[in-house]
Design a protein around this ligand. Structure first.
Ligand SMILES: [Zn+2]
Length: 388
């Protein structure tokens, strides 16, 4: 704690960014920790049953994120906005969508003869190498030059994987800050979208621009998305609907990249059949199961994931859980009414305590790249079984 206050004092002394932003935060958590914030610079603009909308400085947001990280072991504590109306819309939409199940889909598991040969092409060596290379950037903090370099690295990798396909397209999706999101698209016969993503940024929570390898959080998710793309292309899979592979920027600072991207998809008016988020896939010391998080996710789609895991990973290799603080980019989709799921690496009592530090590496205790292969299998089967 002491180090944190010293850091904040130092930031204040240096005149570190004092610009105000808007954040929608969990109401219970806000009031639980409000006493630890510099409340003179926090304006509570509105609140409802679940959330509070505050206007405050960027460094107060960082402080709140740090508190969430320290006390609740969570990442992506709230939803940050530069635009007030956007924050209000998010808050109102979330209240409206509460309890809704999104679109109805007749989920079924019926394409074993297509899925199984694709799964046989998964390379654990290639998967681990992607994590290793991505976590070798000094950090992928969304305001750092190395975040831009690492995003360009992912783009090159996805372009290389898809170079044989005339129906593929990979591009950077730019935001009001320097780190872009990365998108690869395999065009289907229809424009309906099925989305798989992870977040491309990493952050050292005790010093934003410090060393942050982010191997588990979330090079593992990007490696999962990359491996899914690779085996689909190697199998020359021709999609019926359009498959999107996304590396979201700036997740750690309030799901910023995914919010921007989901707004873009919403403006396009695209129909989205399903969204799956891969964020932390290689740490587990207890059960080697996939934990389906119930927070901000679609219950019907989660049931579909249970069937997929039973069929393609192993019977009962799943559990359900709710995280007290953890969130990820699926929440940005869910908030706008799209069906989203978040399969997670371990139970809430078995969290990787080294995320957001210099020690989030492939060598950390409880971390093993092979644990992530089940998420690649789930990702492939999700895309292919939904693609009908
Ligand atoms: Zn994460």
């Amino acid at each position: 704690m002491k180090a944190l206050y010293l850091l904040i004092l130092l930031f204040s002394f240096l005149g570190f960014s004092q610009s105000n932003v808007y954040q929608v935060v969990d109401k219970n958590r806000f009031y639980k920790y409000a006493k630890d914030l510099d409340l003179e610079s926090v304006d509570v603009l509105r609140e409802n049953e679940d959330s509070v909308l505050i206007k405050t400085s960027e460094h107060n947001i960082t402080k709140f994120s740090d508190l969430m990280h320290e006390k609740e072991h969570s990442c992506g504590a709230g939803s940050t906005h530069f635009d007030l109306q956007e924050a209000i819309d998010l808050m109102e939409n979330a209240a409206k969508k509460k309890g809704e199940q999104g679109i109805f889909l007749a989920y079924s598991v019926s394409r074993q003869s297509t899925v199984n040969p694709i799964l046989s092409k998964i390379s654990a060596t290639h998967y681990e190498k992607t994590i290793e290379e991505l976590s070798s950037f000094y950090n992928r903090y969304f305001r750092s030059p190395t975040a831009v370099e690492s995003s360009e690295w992912i783009l090159r990798k996805w372009r290389d994987i898809t170079k044989s396909r005339s129906d593929a397209e990979s591009f950077l999706f730019h935001h009001p800050w320097s780190q872009p999101s990365i998108v690869a698209k395999l065009k289907g016969r229809t424009d309906k979208l099925i989305v798989i993503g992870g977040h491309s940024d990493s952050k050292n929570y005790s010093q934003n621009t410090g060393l942050a390898p982010g191997a588990d959080d979330d090079a593992s998710g990007i490696a999962t998305v990359t491996e899914v793309l690779k085996v689909l292309v190697e199998s020359n899979y021709q999609p019926e609907h359009t498959l999107l592979f996304v590396g979201y920027a700036a997740e750690e600072d309030g799901l910023l990249g995914s919010k921007d991207f989901v707004n873009y998809i919403k403006e396009l008016g695209s129909e989205v059949l399903g969204v799956i988020q891969m964020d932390m896939t290689i740490h587990n010391t207890q059960d080697n199961k996939i934990h389906l998080l119930t927070n901000n996710t679609n219950a019907a789609q989660n049931d579909f994931l249970k069937d997929l895991i039973d069929e393609y990973v192993g019977v009962n290799r799943w559990a359900t859980a709710s995280l007290s603080g953890g969130s990820s980019d699926h929440a940005s989709w869910n908030a706008q009414g799209y069906p989203a799921s978040f399969p997670f690496e371990a139970a809430p009592g078995d969290l990787n305590s080294r995320i957001h530090t210099t020690a989030d590496t492939l060598n950390a205790p409880g971390v093993n790249a092979n644990l992530g292969i089940k998420f690649v299998k789930l990702g492939v089967s999700f895309l292919v079984e939904l693609d009908k």
